[in-house]
Design a protein around this ligand. Structure first.
Ligand code: FES
Length: 210
């Protein structure tokens, strides 16, 4: 059996070399002390099995917590910490460092508007203002400005519920918010997933080439 106690997981060198506290260390919750759903525990164990140092799974493990609870709740972090055999404080420090991990409750619809240089030059600030105005007063929406999202070719752009859209007009912010409220498809003509990739040859139907 591995040092992890799970025969399917590799020996954790970080543990054997004393670089992380072992499971007897103060502050590391035991699994029986938390009510971790089996599905979440199995997912985190599977993530840990990908890395020689289980702490390398911290970000995807926190993402799994966020997907389950909507944000990185204190109890969700304790559950992940018990599975990973690290302190909740360690995972909290990771979660608080990354903007895409939320340590406070946020709306279920998350909109990140890029305001970095390429998007800013093409109206990113106005686009952010338009999204904020359209979503104002509705706690179901979380709208924030963001650094470059790596899609400068469609500036100004936004990530809406983890999908990229652009180039966007400020007037389309209200349309997108209304479509989200109606549970309708969001700005299909601006959905990057529908755009051809660089080098694709348009086919007669107008879509991306094979
Ligand atoms: S500057 Fe907006 S995606 Fe790069």
């Amino acid at each position: 059996m591995s040092e992890n106690g799970n025969p399917n997981l590799p020996v954790d060198r970080a543990l054997t070399e004393g670089r992380v506290p072992d499971r007897t260390s103060a502050g590391v919750p035991e699994l029986h002390e938390v009510d971790c759903p089996a599905e979440l525990r199995e997912r985190i164990e599977q993530l840990m099995s990908r890395y020689p140092d289980r702490r390398s799974a911290s970000i995807p493990a926190l993402w799994a917590v966020q997907e389950r609870y909507g944000w990185c709740t204190p109890e969700g972090i304790r559950q992940a910490a018990a599975v990973m055999r690290v302190t909740p404080g360690y995972l909290e420090s990771v979660a608080s460092f990354y903007d895409l991990l939320h340590t406070e409750a946020v709306g279920s619809h998350r909109i990140e508007v890029c305001t970095n240089i390429s998007c800013w030059m093409r109206g990113g600030d106005e686009l952010l203002d338009a999204f904020r105005a359209a979503a104002e007063g509705d706690e179901d929406f979380y709208v924030t400005g963001f650094e470059c999202l790596g899609a400068c070719d469609i500036a100004p752009m936004a990530s809406i519920d983890q999908r990229y859209y652009g180039p966007l007009e400020a007037a389309e912010a209200g349309i997108a918010i209304a479509q989200l409220k109606a549970d309708a498809e969001v700005l299909p003509a601006k959905d990057q997933a529908r755009r051809p990739l660089a080098g694709d040859t348009p086919n007669p139907g107008g879509g991306a080439g094979a």
